[in-house]
Design a protein around this ligand. Sequence first.
Ligand code: UD1
Ligand code: UDP
Length: 392
Amino acid sequence: MTTPLRKSTLRRKADVRLTSVVGARPQFVKAAALSRAIDLHNAADPDAPIAETLIHTGQHYDPGLSRVFFDQLEIPAPRINLGVGSGPHGRQTADMLAGLEAVLAADRPDLVLVYGDTNTTLAGALAAAKLGIPIAHIEAGLRSRVMGMPEEINRVVADRLSTLLFCPTRSAVANLKAEGLTRGVRFVGDVMYDAFRMFRARAESDSTILAGLRLSPGGYGLATIHRQENADDPARLRSLFESFSRLAEKDRPIVVPLHPRTRNALRAMRVRLDLGPSVLLIPPVTYLDMIALETSAAVILTDSGGVQKEAAFAGVPCLTLRDETEWPETVEAGFNRVVGTDPKRIARGFHAALKSSRSKPTVGSIYGNGSAARRIVGAIVNHLGRGGPGRS
Ligand code: UD1
Ligand code: UDP
């Protein structure tokens, strides 16, 4: 599956040629912030343009997990979609690696950008490293300290192979220091915070999802589940949904935009779950609809990294349905409780969250000031010694 070249992504005479490797939903949000910052750089300094090429591995391929983000967030169309699709970790990563190696060897960009901790990130980092192309890791330094977690393996390897390690939080910088990584490491803030700030007003004005689902602001809970440890363990998954069913009420439903991994796991259950009418299972929603749902929720329950942070950005109490978090600042700032999957802890956390008054978000500075992507672009240009003020 190859997408035709779009004018804005055509190789042109540029001071810096960057390739972003993306493939999964949260990476499209992160790439949107970067692409916007590159556009701003090019507008400010047209004599030293940066040319960005996107390669989509095809890890996510359902239109609701991929195409809607490109359409809605105005991300440049990928030059190539490798169409790798789903599969066991080894085969999926291997297919991406082979595809990326061929494209990167032909293109020879100045630098490859990888985002977060997915198999796409692992493959992008490995392919670039073997070709001797410098790598910038966006969202470097996060750790769950659970080495069996697929994302932990991916992020540790990506950090080790990267030349520039852009950390979203100061604790991420400290994590890298504890592993002896200081060179190329810098705190820039979180590109997801940039994206949230960029699109929040549009979500408020354009999203009609609350009306469509007959929800009133503050009158519902929002839940997402997709982590392998939850979705692929039938007993855990059943217990989580049974918790949602017990906690949801007619006048305070819980809305669950279902990730396909979770949808498939629920379908595969031998004994069907009777969730009752107050748990609203819906397909994945667009980014603008998700922001709208998040900002008006009474409480958010999630095992997603991005959604935990967005809850904090919006000042909405969050329960993390895992035993650890890579985002301890959200807990320290009082927006997040890590409750795991025990029904009693979830129920206690849920009622406490409902009682807690909504406070003004104060996490902003922890995640930068909304200019993480701009700082990343500036640092890359400086590192490559081209473009911008002071270029030779
Ligand atoms: C991946 C990332 C995870 C990230 C998440 C974001 C890895 C190891 N995991 O998890 O870190 O938080 O993306 O959403 O990279 N499927 C579809 N349609 C799709 C995509 C997936 O039906 O478009 C189904 C397939 O059955 C597939 C399953 O979802 O086997 C899991 O997809 P996969 O990309 O392997 O992992 P995610 O759970 O999405
Ligand atoms: N998201 C979305 N629609 C949904 C669920 C999530 O747009 O139905 C967005 C969410 O707002 C956040 C990102 O996807 O920006 C998080 O992705 P996900 O939870 O899949 O992955 P994680 O952050 O855990 O890696």
